[in-house]
Design a protein around this ligand. Structure first.
Ligand code: DGL
Length: 271
């Protein structure tokens, strides 16, 4: 089998990264995807950098054992802390969500005042801020950790008034700073897009990091001549999880936007 026929590996701290798998499947419908959700150890967003790096190495190693042609780090927290280390350590193309989000935000902004929301660990890493400033030194970046949003999305409370109130509270300082672009820097936030839009109005452009990542992966795989161009059938999505798989299918349908194969439970080897 030629290398381009191999699946794309995607990992996340849990099920949230299925928003990225969904966009990759949409952008590259013939590609087979292998998805690993580290559901036994989610969330990564509250963990220390060294723990996030160690978990990310174990996740990557598992995907490499599945014989993937490239790895996508769907988790913003893992991309923020571990991507440079993974790129050095492993000898295959590895893509994260930060750079594609940065590029998309710089394409959209007109006043160079950009907001970023994400987990505590993502915001502490300054990965988005540094990425934006490295490409545009006149950018003004306003970042805010929004730790309550992940549990609200997992609970399915994307349209509740309490969620709207929390979003208003989190986003008020960013709006006061007159941002015109907001990076949704977490796997779960695409499911809050409507709620966020209703709070910030039409004038603020939203950057969906799952969408921009999928566009980036397509572009890079094309460039590397790694797209499964001769495949005629629709690509498959094989999920793996590290905790019991029972809750997976119910949550997966919401994040992926379609039914999903049953997940296999696996144990990850330490690196
Ligand atoms: N996947 C994480 C991210 O995108 C959110 C959930 C977590 O904290 O692990 O940052």
């Amino acid at each position: 089998m030629s290398k381009s026929e191999l699946p794309i590996g995607i990992f996340d701290s849990g099920i949230g990264g299925l928003t990225v798998a969904r966009q990759i499947h949409k952008a590259l419908p013939n590609e087979d995807l292998v998805y690993l959700g580290d559901t036994a150890r989610v969330p990564y967003g509250t963990k220390s950098p060294s723990t996030v790096v160690r978990f990310s190495c174990e996740d990557t190693q598992f995907l490499i054992q599945q014989n993937v042609k490239a790895v996508v780090v769907a988790c913003n927290t893992a991309s923020a802390w571990a991507l440079p280390i993974l790129e050095k350590k492993y000898n295959l193309p590895i893509f994260g969500v930060i750079l594609p989000g940065v590029r998309a935000a710089l394409e959209k902004t007109r006043n160079q005042r950009i907001g970023v929301i994400g987990t505590g660990a993502t915001i502490r890493s300054k990965a988005y801020s540094n990425g934006l400033l490295a490409r545009c030194d006149s950018a003004k970046v306003f970042a805010r950790a929004c730790p309550l949003l992940v549990p609200l999305v997992e609970e399915g409370w994307t349209n509740r008034s309490v969620t709207r109130e929390i979003l208003e509270e989190y986003l008020a300082p960013l709006r006061r700073h007159r941002i015109d672009t907001l990076i949704l820097g977490c796997t779960h936030y695409p499911l809050l897009k409507h709620a966020i839009r209703s709070v910030v109005g039409r004038e603020i452009a939203l950057v969906d990091s799952a969408e921009s990542c999928a566009r980036f992966v397509k572009e890079r795989l094309e460039h590397l001549n790694l797209l499964a161009k001769s495949r005629r059938r629709t690509g498959t999505i094989q999920p793996f999880v590290t905790d019991e798989a029972d809750r997976f299918s119910e949550l997966a349908r919401r994040f992926l936007g379609m039914p999903c194969e049953p997940a296999w439970k696996v144990d990850l080897a330490p690196v």
